[in-house]
Design a protein around this ligand. Structure first.
Ligand code: DGL
Length: 273
């Protein structure tokens, strides 16, 4: 059952569970806001689809979140950020919601990565093919070398609750090998789902490679953004409300989500996009 929904919330969107790895840090660092989380569990994973399809799915998600009163939406999904964000900001928002904002996850992570010269990125097929990280990092640090690899099977395994399993760790080693060979110094997890594997990825990459937690970087960046745009969403004196919307059956999402967040998910609802 949903209760206490306010008209000035922050929307957090992902194709499935991945955005929870961002939401967790938002709840820790920015608790007084109201959050609406939307997971498109009916259509996850997005990463193998074309740009046109990913744009359409993401736009439908924005229509829903804005109809629920969100003033600001975080695309807590690299695939949506790399395939849809620019068009949403340049065409959709000015036409339909000129007073609302959509932010992605790639720029804050690229800013962090660009302090290093030897960077690796893993992500979904769509994100890696877009070269969004390379472009953003090179704008900030033209000397940087960026190697990337797509890891298409990780999202389905994580959605199945197989983080930490032998099969996932075997695949991880295979996906990370080309980056280890290049002796990268910083690895960017270019898919929010992969933070479910953060410990295993850090162990496999070893002590000479920094693997930051993307959710923490995104939350810090949002904190700064909200200081500069302090009229966009209203903060309460105490922690705000948390609502979860899913486009298909909730059981897996709720079980894995509660385990990851370390708290109950009881304010949820199934919706159609
Ligand atoms: N968490 C999404 C991302 O950051 C997952 C992509 C997918 O659905 O394939 O890219």
């Amino acid at each position: 059952m949903l209760k206490n929904k306010t008209k000035s919330s922050i929307g957090v969107f992902d194709s499935g569970l991945g955005g929870l790895t961002v939401l967790k840090h938002l709840l820790e660092k920015l608790p007084p806001y109201d959050y609406l989380y939307l997971g498109d569990t009916a259509r996850v994973p997005y990463g193998g689809h074309s740009q046109e399809v990913i744009y359409r799915y993401t736009k439908e998600a924005m229509d829903f979140l804005f109809s629920q009163g969100c003033r600001l939406v975080i695309l807590a999904c690299n695939t949506a950020s790399s395939q849809a964000l620019r068009r949403l900001q340049q065409e959709y928002l000015p036409e339909k919601y000129p007073d609302r904002r959509i932010l992605g996850v790639i720029i804050p992570l690229a800013e962090y990565a660009s302090k290093s010269n030897n960077i690796g990125v893993i992500g979904t097929r769509a994100t890696i093919a877009s070269k969004a990280y390379e472009h953003e990092i090179k704008k900030l640090n033209p000397q940087a070398s960026v190697v990337s690899n797509s890891a298409p099977l990780l999202v389905p395994l994580i959605e199945e609750g197989l983080a930490g399993s032998d099969v996932t760790n075997k695949l991880l080693k295979k996906y990370l090998r080309p980056l280890k060979i290049k002796k990268i110094k910083t690895l960017i997890l270019g898919c929010t789902h992969y933070s479910f594997l953060l410990k295993d990825i850090r162990r496999i990459m070893g002590n000479n490679c920094r693997v930051p937690d993307p959710g923490e970087i995104v939350a810090n960046s949002l904190k700064n953004y909200l200081i500069k745009h302090n009229n966009l969403v209203s903060a309460h004196k105490k922690p705000g409300s948390r609502h979860f919307y899913l486009s298909d059956k909730p059981e897996n999402f709720i079980k894995l989500g509660e385990r990851f967040l370390g708290q109950k998910i009881d304010n949820w609802k199934i919706i159609s996009l």
